[in-house]
Design a protein around this ligand. Structure first.
Ligand code: PRT
Ligand code: ZN
Length: 299
């Protein structure tokens, strides 16, 4: 397939985040409701808008080159030992820093389950049977797994299972269903998935497009939580500043007109800057603190 083609979720929890990310890369898709194919004009990339469950299969069978899915689907794909024809090794090309959630085992609030070992002989309902089986084996637990494709959180209440293994984000769904988290199986976020050998694409033009796409994505993702911080500080306090601000080993230091000891400092922090960070900066005497979002960051 000559055109560079990317599969994204048509409608669901990752759709908005995927489109937003692509837009920040200057890739604007014109999508009509009935359409499952969208083209973008800047890099000439085609997008397939499909159910998330179809995306890995489309990449494995070369219908698409890349896709955006939750890492949870990739874990499940990899844990599955069933011999699927044409099964190829798929890899995370890039974590995309949105769609964060975790796959967790949860049990009824009032149940006696305290730790993972208590799940021996229990029945667990999940949409991730292979990933769960893998996790249980690693933890030397023998439990029965029931596959469900939706409303997993209802399983204990209707007597289908003693526990569930499902995605959790805010935890509201668990609380609403009188469930509590027993243990986390893994963390997940949206990722760009590709075939293991995606770099060996033979077509030169397509290769160039891939390089440009990945560079843009990398720059936007790197900037996602990054902040540009400007502040005034006593020059003697620089070491204390480095302890407070992660990643500011070599800040830009500018002199301030009419001031000997106080300087202006500019620094990029690749982590979010929270209110307690600002409070700590104030406590070492920083003033005129400005925290600005960064849109793109090329290294
Ligand atoms: O229709 P299609 O098949 O494309 O979509 P889908 O219904 O299978 O998937 P969708 O849109 O629900 O989720 C797509 C991806 O979003 C998942 O594979 C995850 O990678 C990611 N994601 C992030 C989530 C959540 N957060 C999430 N909270 N996926 C599902 N949930 C569900 C979870 O299953 C549970 O029912 O939300 C509920 C829990 O949320 P909280 O906030 O109450 O804890
Ligand atoms: Zn799905």
């Amino acid at each position: 397939m000559k055109n560079l083609r990317i599969a994204i979720q048509k409608s669901g929890k990752l759709s908005e985040g995927s489109l937003k990310l692509l837009k920040k890369c200057d890739l604007n898709l014109r999508i009509s409701k009935s359409n499952f194919l969208a083209k973008e004009n800047k890099l000439g990339i085609e997008f397939l808008l499909v159910r998330d469950d179809d995306i890995l299969g489309l990449i494995a069978t070369h219908v698409c080159d890349f896709g955006i899915v939750g890492e949870n689907l990739l874990h499940e794909y990899r844990s599955s030992k069933e011999p699927v024809q044409g099964r190829l090794e798929l890899i995370t090309v890039m974590p995309l820093k949105f769609g964060e959630c975790r796959l967790s085992i949860a049990v009824p609030k009032k149940s006696s389950f305290k730790q993972i070992g208590d799940l021996n002989d229990a029945t667990i309902a999940t949409s991730y049977p292979h990933a769960l089986a893998h996790f249980l084996t690693n933890n030397k637990v023998k439990a029965n797994i029931v596959s469900m494709h939706g409303s997993v959180e209802l399983a204990p209440r209707i007597g289908v299972a003693d526990a569930i293994c499902d995605l959790v984000a805010s935890g509201v769904t668990l609380a609403e269903n009188n469930l509590r988290e027993l243990t986390k199986v893994f963390d997940s976020q949206a990722v760009l998935v590709g075939r293991k050998n995606y770099e060996q694409e033979k077509d030169r033009i397509k290769n160039e497009k891939i390089e440009r796409l990945l560079a843009r994505l990398e720059s936007v993702v790197a900037a996602a939580n990054s902040k540009y911080i400007m502040l005034h500080l006593d020059i003697k306090k620089i070491d204390e500043l480095k302890k407070i601000l992660p990643g500011c080993e070599s800040p830009t230091i500018l002199s301030l007109e009419g001031s000997k000891n106080r300087v202006a400092i500019h620094v990029v922090s690749e982590e979010d800057v929270f209110w307690d960070t600002i409070e700590k900066l104030k406590s070492i005497g920083a003033s005129s603190i400005l925290v600005l979002p960064i849109e793109k960051m090329m290294k």
